[in-house]
Design a protein around this ligand. Structure first.
Ligand code: D9A
Length: 451
């Protein structure tokens, strides 16, 4: 399927070929040889693969000191999440389960086989997970247990309460994802692979989770509303419709998109923290592990911005795009370049009629300035510099933001022109790349043969 899509987006083809056949995947995400592990740990990695698909690969690429701890942390959180998610478990049963969940880590017999969810297998096989958990070093165990306890308690609060204000939205996302960021940072420090300061800057760790979780909540509107789950904050959606489900109606498309843009603007406020968090990392495998999901998130937000398809289906980044971003986000400069590119894509879609336009524009400009200065700090002559012309003056309300918008628009025209040219160009590049790779691969063999 992804190869078929690549016919329309030929630039993806190069990325897909490189990723799948030419060692691209292995360069970012070298696989562990699972057969060298103990049988129960092998089972854990298989569970990981079954529940997280692409993310499992990124976890396996972590340095040895950390890999098993993160794998088990992921599985424990997935198990807790599966309990929270299961609509067939009554609140009366669910609340004590969530509150006591961290205690099950020390109970070799606890498992749960009544879950109807697709990831129910982690609850059924929980004894294998908890047994491996108990073999981790105490510093790792303490982090995992503490975060599990706090998350379980947080989920209970929101079983009985809706996400009403924007402060609630931040709090719910803190329980569901911010705590994961906090816990992971503590695991990084406990492994000795990162400084203790990574663990103590909890606000930045929290933002890493909030940015991912808000992006998921925004993107998954349709799926969640159809399943009668509401994660969009009432404070915002009630400004645009009497009921959250109304955004699915065709006649509501204008307020729906306005609400969507409002929430995306809110999510963009975490970008500075995300960049600050990533800048402090020293270990390569941890950097890749942290940067890949964030890069996917900013690309998803840019795709969703001002896009009515969020209310009619699933908006996703293409597999080919995902592969090329995974291969590219291996250092701070390249990661910031991807952020810069995607924020420009989003900024180019701002329209003057959007009620949040001026706030979105200032967030966009703020983020672009940050990208720019972060690249300059590193002393790299930024290749992104020319495109940043548009972020000139500070934006104010009224007529001044039109000026800002005008600048963004004119850069959009340019990108439209390049869009026309791009299939032609990328087919050429693609042909060249394939020819090059073909020669690169086979020439030595032929040479050897002829000698
Ligand atoms: C993460 Cl241990 C998550 N969540 C993610 C994945 O990334 C974060 C769940 C458990 C763990 C880690 C993550 C990765 C790296 C650093 C982080 C971090 O903090 C410093 O968490 C904040 O989404 C889930 C939460 C957002 C709820 C925390 C990335 C992931 N991607 C999926 C794609 C998708 O759409 O879900 O899981 C995937 O590749 O399958």
């Amino acid at each position: 399927m992804s190869f078929v899509q690549a016919l329309v987006h030929p630039e993806d083809l190069v990325a897909l070929v490189k990723f799948k056949f030419l060692g691209g995947a292995e360069s970012v995400t070298p696989r562990v040889n699972l057969s060298t592990l103990d049988k129960p740990l092998q089972v854990c990695y298989q569970l990981l693969k079954r529940t997280s698909r692409s993310f499992a690969v990124v976890i396996q690429a972590l340095d040895e000191e950390l890999r098993d701890a993160v794998c088990l942390f992921y599985l424990v959180l997935r198990a807790l999440d599966t309990v929270e998610d299961d609509m067939t478990i009554t609140s009366a049963e669910k609340i004590p389960l969530l509150k006591k969940f961290h205690e099950f880590l020390d109970d070799p017999t606890w498992s749960y086989s009544k879950s109807s969810c697709k990831d129910g297998v982690v609850l059924e096989r929980f004894p294998v997970i908890s047994n491996e958990y108990r073999r981790l070093k105490p510093a790792f165990r303490d982090v995992i247990k503490d975060i599990t306890a706090r998350m379980g308690a947080g989920f209970c609060i929101y079983l009985e309460k809706e996400v009403s204000t924007l402060a609630d939205w931040d709090e719910y996302c803190h329980f569901a994802a911010g705590l994961v960021g906090v816990g992971l940072s503590q695991l990084f420090a406990a492994s000795g692979l990162e400084d203790v300061s990574v663990a103590t800057s909890t606000e930045l760790s929290n933002s890493m989770g909030l940015f991912l979780q808000k992006t998921n909540i925004i993107r998954d509107y349709l799926e969640d509303v159809n399943d009668n789950r509401h994660f969009w904050p009432r404070e915002v959606w009630s400004q645009y419709a009497p009921n959250i489900g109304d955004f699915r109606k065709r006649e509501m498309s204008a307020p729906a998109v306005a609400c969507l843009n409002h929430l995306i603007t809110n999510a963009l406020s975490h970008v500075p923290d995300v960049i600050a968090y990533l800048s402090q990392l020293k270990n390569q495998s941890i950097f890749n592990f942290c940067a890949i999901p964030q890069v996917m998130a900013i690309a998803t937000l840019a795709r969703c911005y001002n896009n009515h398809n969020v209310f009619t289906g699933v908006v996703k980044i293409r597999k080919g795009e995902a592969c090329s971003m995974m291969m590219e986000s291996t250092n701070m400069e390249k990661t910031v370049e991807i952020f810069n590119e995607r924020i420009l894509e989003l900024g180019g879609k701002i329209t003057v009629t959007d009620p949040s336009a001026s706030i979105t524009l200032s967030s966009v400009q703020n983020a672009l300035v940050l990208c720019h200065s972060s690249l300059q700090q590193k002393g790299t002559e930024a290749s992104v510099k020319p495109t940043l012309k548009i972020q000139l003056p500070a934006v104010r309300l009224d007529h001044e933001d039109r000026v800002g918008l005008y600048r963004l628009r004119s850069s959009r025209k340019e990108s439209r022109r390049s869009l026309l040219l791009s299939p032609l160009l990328s087919w050429t590049v693609c042909l060249l790349a394939v020819t090059y790779q073909y020669w690169g691969l086979y020439l030595p063999v032929q040479l050897k043969d002829s000698l």
